[in-house]
Design a protein around this ligand. Structure first.
Ligand SMILES: *[C@@H]1O[C@H](CO)[C@@H](O)[C@H](O)[C@H]1NC(C)=O
Ligand SMILES: *[C@@H]1O[C@H](CO)[C@@H](O)[C@H](O)[C@H]1NC(C)=O
Ligand SMILES: *[C@@H]1O[C@H](CO)[C@@H](O)[C@H](O)[C@H]1NC(C)=O
Ligand SMILES: *[C@@H]1O[C@H](CO)[C@@H](O)[C@H](O)[C@H]1NC(C)=O
Length: 326
């Protein structure tokens, strides 16, 4: 009997208390948890007929803890739980509005399983082209708490690739390794690649990576390189043959000269340059040469001396009379 009275009084006082609070200010609406890469954020809409200077207070709890205040007197309709969450938690939150002395009732969310609501961001994808293949390297998104592999043990990748500008796409699904070589590609073609993580659980919230593109080459040299090299080699060969044919006489004469140098010239050319004259020329400025004009008169004709020394020498030995001191 007394328990019933007690319960009655308690219920009454609670009702009175809540009426005192809730009668004044409308509560926030559309209160919801959102999560991206295992973070946790509470969002809501302002109450109807919200007065000026409205602030909000947010509390959260797990199945093991009681309510803890996370955001106090915030003016934006958003509360980030940042460092308060851990991967496998079940979270419940509540928010109320306050304006001066007027306070709204708490609005509570349903219990939320973080790993069921979180949206998994796109993986980081790099492409490396090697010949007619492209290697796809995938890095998992970084989670606010824990890591992709420890939360979603069975996660795999779906790789979609296609020739740039074409509609037809190829999908490789359920890939477990994060390095994959695409090798059924056409050489000298640009391919685009997109990767999405599949948690293999329901529901599946994951974002595909933005498409990135890379061109294949070929295992060998590009065809034009071989063509250019062949062309240049052939052109050079043909030119050499033509030159050899046209100038064959000159080349023959050069290689097998008919005239041989006189013996004293060979000796002179082979002699080591150690004569006092040579040393003097090397160590000082060339001395001013003093010469006189000379005339060589072979067979009554007058020739101005201006020929090279060798020629003059040759003439000297062959022709008489000579009136010079060469
Ligand atoms: C929050 O705001 C209310 C009323 O505006 C004020 O009474 C209270 O002291 C504030 N709390 C904190 C922690 O600033
Ligand atoms: C809480 O769960 C119930 C039943 O599952 C659903 O009808 C209700 O809309 C949910 N509330 C929120 C705020 O998500
Ligand atoms: C992706 O990788 C690049 C280079 O390794 C790095 O700079 C970038 O921050 C990464 N992005 C994400 C979302 O991890
Ligand atoms: C990955 O590919 C499989 C098979 O095509 C498909 O059933 C699954 O829904 C894909 N996953 C995602 C996250 O798109």
């Amino acid at each position: 009997m007394s328990a019933t009275i007690c319960a009655f009084i308690l219920t009454f006082s609670t009702l009175c208390g809540s009426r005192v609070v809730s009668g004044v200010l409308n509560p926030p609406r559309n209160v919801r948890h959102t999560s991206f890469n295992m973070d946790l954020v509470l969002l809501w809409d302002p109450p109807e007929e919200a007065p000026e200077g409205l602030v909000y207070t947010v509390q959260y709890k797990t199945i093991k803890t009681t309510y803890t205040e996370v955001c106090t007197n915030v003016s934006t309709p958003k509360c980030d739980f940042k460092s308060h969450v851990y991967a496998y938690g079940k979270y419940t939150s509540q928010v109320r509005a306050q304006a001066g002395d007027e306070i709204s009732p708490w609005v509570e969310t349903n219990q939320t399983f973080l790993d069921k609501i979180t949206v998994i961001g796109s993986p980081n994808v790099s492409l490396f082209s090697s010949g007619a293949t492209i290697e796809v390297s995938i890095t998992d998104p970084v989670f606010a708490t824990s890591s992709l592999r420890s939360v979603y043990v069975r996660a795999t990748y779906n790789i979609t690739y296609w020739k740039e500008g074409e509609e037809e796409k190829t999908i490789i699904s359920n890939l477990e390794q994060n390095r994959v070589v695409l090798n059924d590609l056409v050489p000298w073609t640009k391919y685009c690649v997109q990767v999405q993580i599949d948690t293999n659980r329901d529901p599946k919230f994951s974002e595909p990576s933005t498409a990135i593109c890379e061109s294949t080459t070929d295992d060998e040299e590009p065809p034009w390189v071989a063509a250019v090299v062949t062309f240049v080699a052939m052109a050079m060969t043909v030119s050499l043959v033509v030159i050899a044919v046209v100038y064959r006489k000159m080349i023959y004469n050069f290689l097998c000269p008919k005239d041989t140098l006189p013996q004293h010239f060979k000796e002179y050319l082979l002699e080591p340059p150690n004569s006092p004259m040579y040393l003097a020329m090397r160590n000082s400025h060339p001395p001013e040469e003093v010469y006189h004009q000379v005339s060589i008169i072979p067979d009554g004709k007058t020739v101005e001396e201006g020929r090279p020394l060798e020629a003059a020498g040759t003439n000297c030995s062959r022709q008489q009379p000579v009136t010079s001191g060469c």
